[in-house]
Design a protein around this ligand. Structure first.
Ligand code: C5P
Length: 478
């Protein structure tokens, strides 16, 4: 059996334990015993108070919120998925940042991890039941919700997301979220097919519209053997970083939208390459990094917009606060964009593959005695052209990109006509420019009324300039 001594605890945890023990007139060891007993519900005596930083002696009445010395208070709701084990590490990562953590485990979560481990790591009693009379009398789910500076839901399963989007309150997790009214960060984790379902996208979009923030999911292998795709929970470090920046106020608005030049505007952005499968392990791709598209998403967010970011496989992180829909193929990207519309503006920065393999092999293709296979290509749908010509869902402003290696402006002008969009952002991506995958860009903005050539600048600066232009155009009507 593993053993742990107080000496081995990190300094922050020790400090909190010392304070808590002193408040309750106990030794540090006795305080740990009390916490562990309460976490397992095995003491038979009144459990320690549930409130953040509250003294652990029951008071018989609602304890007053206790001023916390922590950098902020996180209420971590752990949902029932295999990724729940990563949430134990998340507790440590949050605490490393000086955040106080209180955990709620859903009934399903308790099939994956125990309240004992979450309680020991967080240093606070874990709450599991909406209908626990003793605990409800001590703190109540309403106060629990209100005392948190941020609610983090990790893993946020498809079911939890659906119930939160629907305003359910039939268990502790959903009741707390409904009662909160404060900032919420969700880290989804589910099977890729579930993540791609329209029902899930609808629920995610609803939560975003209600002010929730998302981090992940990431692409990768699933716990189920042989399954891969988008649906893995973001790594604990990434979630903790997002939580910290939201608590600090970050650079971005939280729940309160309504500030910035794009406040109240909904922007759909595509970014990155697409991957077109050849067989289960090989694909056709291009060198797009997603840096420019993601920078535009961040700039739109900073300007107060609701941002739906439809991204192909990239290594750059999604800006915290966008609704990120991860796709692989052009067809998936089109499906996701159609789902994300209507919008005030759509920016198609992705480098979408023009062709896909007509009939990808179901099994890994094998070498055949020196005879190379021939691959038949089929044309992909053109997302920019489809949306530009849509009668029902065309945004007021549709912007395409043109990555060219010759006749940049002439080709871009032709593209504006051929695709029916309003603007084209054109650039020369010849290898010697270093633009593809690099951090800088030199673009021409081609509109129906003329051409502007912008000076070489960082991709962030291009993004901010473009968003400023979009803001003034949408304001002036177009
Ligand atoms: O035709 P071309 O690929 O050069 O056009 C580039 C622009 O069209 C970009 O904005 C890109 O995102 C968009 N596009 C698209 N769907 C495709 C191909 C390109 O939306 N299948």
């Amino acid at each position: 059996m593993a053993s742990i001594t107080i000496r081995q605890l990190d300094e922050d945890l020790k400090k909190q334990l010392r304070l808590r023990a002193a408040r309750n007139g106990r030794s540090m060891e006795d305080e740990v015993r009390t916490i562990l007993r309460a976490a397992t519900g095995g003491d038979g005596s009144p459990s320690p108070a549930i409130a953040f930083g509250a003294p652990s002696k029951p008071t018989g009445r609602l304890a007053k919120p206790h001023p916390s010395s922590a950098a902020g208070r996180v209420l971590l709701i752990i949902g029932g998925g295999i990724a729940a084990y990563k949430s134990l590490d998340l507790i440590r990562r949050l605490k490393e940042r000086g955040l106080e953590v209180r955990c709620i485990l859903t009934a399903a979560a308790q099939r994956f991890i125990t309240p004992l481990s979450a309680g020991a790591l967080s240093g606070n009693a874990v709450i599991t039941d909406l209908f626990d009379a003793a605990r409800e009398a001590e703190i109540g789910h309403i106060r629990l919700a209100r005392e948190a500076d941020l609610i983090v839901v990790a893993p946020a399963t498809a079911d939890l997301i659906a119930r939160m989007a629907g305003g359910h309150a039939d268990d502790l997790a959903t009741a707390v979220v409904l009662a909160s009214g404060g900032p919420i960060l969700l880290a989804p984790a589910m099977n890729p097919t579930m993540w791609m379902r329209k029902a899930t996208s609808r629920n995610v979009a609803q939560l975003v519209a209600d002010g929730a923030r998302f981090v992940g999911p990431a692409e990768g292998e699933m716990a189920e053997a042989g399954e891969a795709g988008v649906g893995r929970m973001a790594e604990p470090l990434e979630i903790a970083g997002a939580a910290e920046s939201l608590i600090k106020g970050g650079t971005r608005p939280l729940v309160t939208r309504g500030t910035g030049p794009l406040a109240g505007k909904r922007i759909v952005i595509t970014s990155g390459p697409t991957h077109e499968p050849i067989d289960p392990v090989r694909y056709l791709a291009n060198r797009s990094s997603g840096k420019q598209g993601h920078a535009i998403a961040a700039a739109a967010l900073d300007a107060g917009a609701d941002v739906m970011l439809v991204s192909g496989p990239v290594n750059v992180p999604d800006p915290v606060g966008v609704t990120a829909i991860k796709v692989e193929t052009a067809q998936e990207m089109l499906d996701a964009v159609e789902l994300a519309l209507p919008a005030d503006c759509a920016i198609f920065a992705a480098a979408v593959a023009d062709w896909r393999i007509a009939a990808p092999s179901r099994e890994k293709m094998k070498k055949q005695n020196g005879k190379a296979p021939s691959l038949m290509l089929a044309e992909n749908p053109d997302i920019l052209a489809t949306v530009s010509r849509s009668r029902r869902k065309r945004p007021r402003l549709v912007i395409g990109f043109a990555a060219e290696t010759q006749n940049v402006i002439a080709n871009a002008r032709a593209k504006l006509e051929a695709k029916g969009c309003d603007w084209i952002v054109a650039n020369d991506v010849s290898p010697e420019t270093g633009i593809m995958g690099g951090d800088r860009n030199a673009v021409h903005l081609i509109t129906r009324s003329g051409i502007e050539s912008w000076p070489p600048q960082s991709k962030d600066e291009v993004a901010r300039a473009l968003i400023a232009r979009i803001g003034s155009t949408l304001d002036g009507g177009c």
